[in-house]
Ligand binder design. Sequence first.
Ligand SMILES: Cc1cc2nc3c(=O)[nH]c(=O)nc-3n(C[C@H](O)[C@H](O)[C@H](O)COP(=O)(O)OP(=O)(O)OC[C@H]3O[C@@H](n4cnc5c(N)ncnc54)[C@H](O)[C@@H]3O)c2cc1C
Length: 132
Amino acid sequence: MIFEIDGVIKEKAELQDGIFYLSVEAPSIAYLAGPGQFVLVRVSPSFDPFLRRPLSIAGTKDDRIKLLFSIVGRGTSLLSRMREGDVLSLRGPLGKSFPPSRGRSSSCWWRDGSRSASFRPSGLRREVGFGG
Ligand SMILES: Cc1cc2nc3c(=O)[nH]c(=O)nc-3n(C[C@H](O)[C@H](O)[C@H](O)COP(=O)(O)OP(=O)(O)OC[C@H]3O[C@@H](n4cnc5c(N)ncnc54)[C@H](O)[C@@H]3O)c2cc1C
């Protein structure tokens, strides 16, 4: 099942220069999402930019999903300026999930070509992760 909902940004942090963490209250997506899945995010309340941006679900906890993103262009730049309490339109969870594995080898952070964060970076294990 795929939902389109208004999530509420509950936590925001700039982890490193240009790399952001968001914890978003999005119960229906959080309860269904698994590793490897992503959401389509509307990065502004208007339709400019028109297209939603895909971001991997870096983890879930209770009724929240965790997002990690780096600023690439206008969309991610707009997203980086959103604040705690702002509403974020989300569509998801999308993509095919797979069972979480244990240990460091489960961490994956690839950049070239996609800049995707499909899983938790190993240095952020305590902050992000499914159910953690
Ligand atoms: C399934 C999926 C999951 C993703 N998950 C994450 C995630 O968890 N965290 C994250 O940071 N990013 C993730 N991405 C990448 C993210 O969606 C893009 O970085 C974002 O859409 C860029 O939007 P923008 O408006 O900021 O940049 P745009 O204005 O669309 O692009 C600005 C410039 O950057 C180039 N560009 C755009 N996207 C990329 C890219 N991915 N790699 C290299 N150059 C690019 C464009 O060609 C353009 O020149 C994911 C992508 C996919 C397909």
